[in-house]
Each structure stands twice: as structure tokens, then as C-alpha cells.
Design a protein around this ligand. Structure first.
Ligand code: HOZ
Length: 427
């Protein structure tokens, strides 16, 4: 339920922007409404076009781990901007970023900065293909790794939300280079490698699925992917665009003890500005141009403003107790959801890893895409609308993770609890 000002803006936007939005997940299609337009944000709060305030659980789909307009991040961006916004030449800050990444995520001995998570996964896959001299990649049904053609096959996120898991415009020959496995299914991994192992360049997964809602990984499944890729000369790519610096300082690979060959980052390392990174073992990353034959480039790669915002964010995350705080806040939101759903007799399952979580509208756990899609999305849509009325901006799809930030203070959590109570009671 949007306000009259957002309605007018949406009507105007729809005339000049497809669907009125610059990314489909923002369109509220899955919850049967129209998007609330945002005019500003501060800490845990989004301010709508009409001035209404909402406790924000989208967090720009992941980057805003410190909350909005954090003073350190704002100062870093302002300071960088006074020294020029792009040079197209290397800077010391990019080295600091690569060193920080390597220190936090030791599997990323070398990394390359790009301008989005999509570019990061594209870069990692091209390197994997160049390194192995193979074409096939493996992804999960319901997994989402950005907008590259060969990744828009049985995709999660907006593709799942719109019910169009395979995008038009992707040539069949390109889609044919992508093989699929269900999330958390070790047997499927073994079977696929037994059949086509010598053709597979890489398996790419979200180590915590976030684009079909939040689904934690089975440790045995991760182990199977590691073993099978190693045995068959393929690479294991962890897409940590969402989980990097989010579920632990070292990302999901630290939390779940994974040793990937390549890792993709984004979101948090840009502090809300457009950044991505891919990296891994030196021997693999030295295939990247100009040292190696795998070409990848970008005018704005390592952009000084984005790197400044990212470094300011990461510096903050080095402070003691930060991840415990995120864990506590995430657990508090989970507890409130379960308490108020329980009282209202609404069957939900809340799945959480640290400060990312999903309230699935079903009474059993969700381990893969089939189970994520077996949820009561009509109830979710009504709940979402009721939350907005009570001042909470929850991700507008059952297939997206919600994000809690360090800025979610007692007042934000109290507003959230009251909104959860009212929204579940209204169902
Ligand atoms: N990974 C993000 C949400 N699942 C992408 C956001 C977008 O598509 O706009």
C-alpha cells in the first residue's frame, strides 16, 4: 500500500522507465502493490516520498550493514569526492582494499575490483573457463548470481518473483552451457560430475542462499562440491556478494569452513556505492589480463568514491563485538517474528544466518527452491502490506532475504515488534 505521492511518482516513472523501476525486484509485483518511493534514509530508517518513516529490512539488498548515511561513510565519500571522482588510473586505496579482502578472506590471495556483483560473477566464471579450458558451469535452481546471460537460467531473486526463471533474450546455446543442481543436494552433484565432470569449468553457489529466501547450506553438500570439483579438475566459486563481510568478517566461507577456488564479493565492500570484486588463488588469478590471457576490464573499476565508502564500512566492521551485535539483532528479529506469528496462529518458518533472514510462510524448513516455492505467497503479500502500514519496509518478495543492520537500535526493534504483531494479527 503506497502513499498518494508514491503513486503519482510511480505513474510518472512507468512512462519512462520499464515497469517504473530500475531493477525488477523493487516493483512490488509479488506483493500485489505499488512501490513506496524513498526520498532519504538515516540509520535503520527509510523516509518515503510523503515523509512517512519505515524501519528498513532491505538495506539496499545487503550493502547497508552500518545503516544508512553512517557518518564515517559519508565523510569518506565527501573527502574522496573533493579529490576527484574517477581517474582511470590506479590508486593506493585499491591496494588497501585488495589487502583488506585478502586478510579477511584468505582464499582471495589476489582480487580484481569491478563495479557490481554481476561483473564479479562474470569475471570469476570467465577466469574459471579460461583456467580450465572448459565451457560448462553449474549453478543451483533458484540461485541468482546477477544478470549475465548464462546465469539467468532457473534463477532466483526477481526472476523467481516474476515467475520467469529463464530470461528471454538469452540464446539457447548460451543457456545450454549452464547445468543445474538443486540447492543442498549432494547426490545431484555427484551424479552430474559422474556424467559430465570432464566438461565442467566451475560450480558457482551462494554459500548461504539469499535469492530464494535465506537458506543455510548443509555442510555435507558443501563438502561434496569441494571434493567433486577437486576430483574432476573444476573450480569451486563462492558467490559471497551477499554474505561477504555480512555473516562473518571472513564471510560464509569462514562461518562454514569452505575452501573455494574463487570468490565473488560486492554490496558491503562498496558501502552502498557500486562495487564488486572477484578473486582467488594467485595461480588462477594470474590468468587475468594483463598478466594472463583472460580479458576483463572496466572504466570505473576501483572507483575512488566507491572504494572509500567500502573501506570506511569495512574499517567499522573490524571493531570488536560487531558481528556478535549483528547476530544478537538478527536473533531478536527472528524471535519477534516467531513470537507474534505463533500468537496469531500463522504458520511460518524463520531461517536466519547472522543478520540475514527470511520468514517463510510455511510450517516446515526450506532447503531448496522447490520448498521455497511451496509457501503461502498470498499471505506473505498481505503481511507485507500490513507491515508497511505499521512502519516496516520488509523485502517485497518471499524469495528475498531481509537484512538487519548495526543501526537497528532498540527503538527500531520495538517498532518492528509492534508491526509484526499487528501484521500477523491482521492475517
Ligand atoms: N541480489 C539482489 C536481490 N536479490 C539484487 C537486487 C536487484 O536485483 O535489484
Amino acid at each position: 500500500m503506497s502513499d498518494p505521492i508514491s503513486e503519482a511518482l510511480f505513474a510518472r516513472a512507468s512512462k519512462v522507465i520499464p515497469g517504473g523501476v530500475n531493477s525488477p525486484v523493487r516493483a512490488f509485483r509479488a506483493v500485489g502493490g505499488e512501490p513506496v518511493f524513498i526520498k532519504e534514509a538515516q540509520g535503520p530508517v527509510l523516509v518515503g516520498a510523503d515523509g512517512a518513516k519505515y524501519v528498513d529490512y532491505i538495506g539496499s539488498w545487503g550493502p547497508m550493514v552500518l545503516g544508512h548515511a553512517h557518518p564515517d561513510v559519508v565523510a569518506a565519500i565527501q573527502d574522496a569526492a573533493t579529490r576527484g571522482s574517477s581517474y582511470g588510473a590506479p590508486t593506493e586505496s585499491e591496494i588497501v582494499m585488495a589487502e583488506r579482502i585478502r586478510d579477511a578472506v584468505p582464499s582471495m590471495e589476489m582480487s580484481r575490483l569491478v563495479s557490481s556483483g554481476t561483473e564479479a560473477t562474470m569475471g570469476a566464471i570467465r577466469v574459471a573457463r579460461g583456467y580450465t579450458r572448459r565451457d560448462l558451469i553449474v549453478k543451483c535452481i533458484g540461485g541468482y548470481h546477477g544478470g549475465a546471460d548464462y546465469l539467468l537460467v532457473k534463477g532466483g531473486s526477481g526472476l523467481a518473483t516474476l515467475g520467469e526463471p529463464d530470461s528471454a533474450g538469452v540464446p539457447a546455446a548460451i543457456a545450454g552451457t549452464t547445468l543445474l543442481i538443486p540447492y543442498n543436494d549432494g547426490y545431484a552433484v555427484e551424479k552430474l560430475f559422474a556424467e559430465r565432470g570432464s566438461e565442467i569449468a566451475a560450480v558457482i553457489i551462494e554459500p548461504v542462499a539469499g535469492n530464494m529466501g535465506c537458506i543455510p547450506p548443509d555442510p555435507e553438500w558443501l563438502e561434496t562440491i569441494r571434493t567433486q570439483t577437486q576430483n574432476h579438475g573444476a573450480l569451486f566459486i563462492c558467490d559471497e556478494v551477499m554474505t561477504g563481510f555480512r555473516v562473518a568478517w571472513g564471510g560464509a566461507q569462514a562461518r562454514f569452513d569452505i575452501q573455494p577456488d574463487l570468490t565473488c564479493l560486492g554490496k558491503i565492500i562498496g558501502g552502498g556505492l557500486p562495487v564488486g570484486a572477484y578473486g582467488g588463488r594467485r595461480e588462477i588469478m594470474e590468468k587475468v589480463a594483463p598478466v594472463g590471457p583472460v580479458y576483463q576490464a572496466g572504466t570505473l573499476s576501483g572507483n575512488p568514491l566507491a572504494v572509500a565508502a567500502g573501506l570506511a564500512t569495512i574499517e567499522h566492521l573490524l571493531r570488536p563485538g560487531v558481528y556478535e551485535d549483528l547476530e544478537d539483532k538478527g536473533a531478536r528479529v527472528q524471535d519477534m517474528l516467531l513470537e507474534h506469528a505463533g500468537r496469531a496462529g500463522v504458520p511460518i518458518t524463520v531461517q536466519r544466518v547472522g543478520s540475514m533472514l527470511t520468514a517463510f510462510f510455511r510450517d516446515r524448513p526450506v532447503r531448496n527452491w522447490d520448498e521455497a516455492s511451496d509457501t503461502d505467497r498470498e499471505a506473505f503479500g498481505m503481511w507485507h502490506a500490513a507491515l508497511l502500514e505499521h512502519g516496516v519496509y520488509w523485502p517485497c518478495s518471499q524469495f528475498e532475504a531481509a537484512f538487519v543492520s548495526l543501526a537497528h537500535d532498540a527503538a527500531a526493534l520495538q517498532t518492528s515488534g509492534e508491526a509484526f504483531k499487528a501484521a500477523f494479527a491482521a492475517l
